[in-house]
Design a protein around this ligand. Structure first.
Ligand code: ES4
Ligand code: ZN
Length: 319
């Protein structure tokens, strides 16, 4: 039996497996510039974050209808359940869909057709986190939050993703203030490719409660001390870091040093269809490559519930 765990860093569009991409392309009459799933898989060789994002946005063209988003989410939930995931806080990127003429309602209603039945169907409780694309303008983020207002009963929080370097958190000060005023929880990707200063800025300017990745905090001992003191969770994604070449090989991943430093680390899958594994695969891989024993893996699983947005009673039931 896999360890019960919560997944806190998962882009639903990054769960689009090649087989489903071709199925949806055929259903929607969308042409993909790849002959078949083998040829598509050969494109999964990334140099950095941007080279991955190019493919990630290209493949999204197949997602058009509510049913597509429902099928995408159901496929993820089934795979996650098989790997011990009991709770999932799921990112989505509405701007990438709005740009293609797919409305906020199609995305949220479609995802909700799967998430609404997830506890009964898959034994997984869920939350939705709307992410702003940081390589788009601050105005576009504000418009996106406005477009989400009719759906806030189903959206728990906001996040910040896409190309990090050159797009510091401060660019999104206003939209995070507006999100906080609406009662939304706040997270942001920071310190994946960007410098440790972006982590500090995400905390101080955006008021985030949790940092996605946060890997590069290790370059700044004072920042590590602060993250430990304030119990700020980090949602690490080890297989993602290797595929996007943030870390050379998994055996060099700083996770053990981060745990030793007292950081509240969690292990997550990011974009599992692209990076070679779901949540359980990430746990297995770090266990093997970093020599983490049962006790450390249990600590990571426990951290995932502590760092989640579940209330205490829900958390106890999910574990
Ligand atoms: C992402 Cl790995 C990663 N980093 C930043 N933004 C993203 N969107 C989807 N995956
Ligand atoms: Zn991510």
């Amino acid at each position: 039996m896999p360890l019960p765990k919560a997944e806190l860093h998962l882009h639903i569009e990054g769960t689009l497996e090649p087989e489903l991409a071709f199925e949806l392309a055929a259903r929607n009459g969308v042409a993909l510039p790849y002959a078949d799933t083998d040829e598509l898989r050969k494109a999964y060789q990334f140099e950095d974050l941007q080279s991955f994002l190019n493919l990630y946005y290209e493949l999204m063209a197949v997602l058009r209808t509510e049913r597509d988003f429902e099928d995408l989410a159901n496929a993820y939930l089934a795979r996650a359940a098989a790997q011990g995931v009991r709770h999932a806080e799921i990112f989505f990127d509405p701007q990438a869909h709005l740009a293609r003429g797919v409305g906020m309602g199609t995305v949220v209603d479609g995802l909700w057709r799967a998430l609404g039945g997830s506890e009964a169907e898959h034994g997984i409780s869920t939350r939705l986190i709307l992410c702003f694309l940081r390589d788009e303008s601050a105005e576009s983020a504000l418009e996106t939050l406005e477009a989400a207002k009719p759906y806030l009963d189903r959206i728990t929080g906001v996040g910040l993703d896409s190309a990090e370097v050159g797009h510091p958190p401060v660019k999104f000060r206003e939209v995070y203030e507006a999100a906080a005023a609406l009662g939304l929880r706040r997270v942001a990707h920071a310190g994946e490719e960007g410098p440790p200063e972006y982590i500090t800025e995400a905390l101080d300017v955006l008021g985030v409660e949790r940092v996605d990745h946060g890997l590069r905090c290790m370059e700044d001992p004072a920042l590590v001390e602060r993250l430990v003191r304030e119990r700020i969770p980090l949602t690490l994604c080890p297989l993602s870091n290797v595929r996007l070449r943030t870390v050379d090989v998994l055996a060099d991943h700083p996770l053990p040093a981060m745990l030793d430093a007292g950081l509240l680390c969690t292990v997550n899958s990011d974009d599992p269809a692209y990076f070679g594994g779901y949540a359980g695969d990430n746990f297995d891989a770090v266990g093997a490559a970093l020599g983490l024993g049962e006790e450390r893996l249990r600590e990571l699983a426990r951290n995932s519930f502590v760092a989640s947005f579940l209330e205490d009673d829900e958390e106890r039931r999910a574990r």
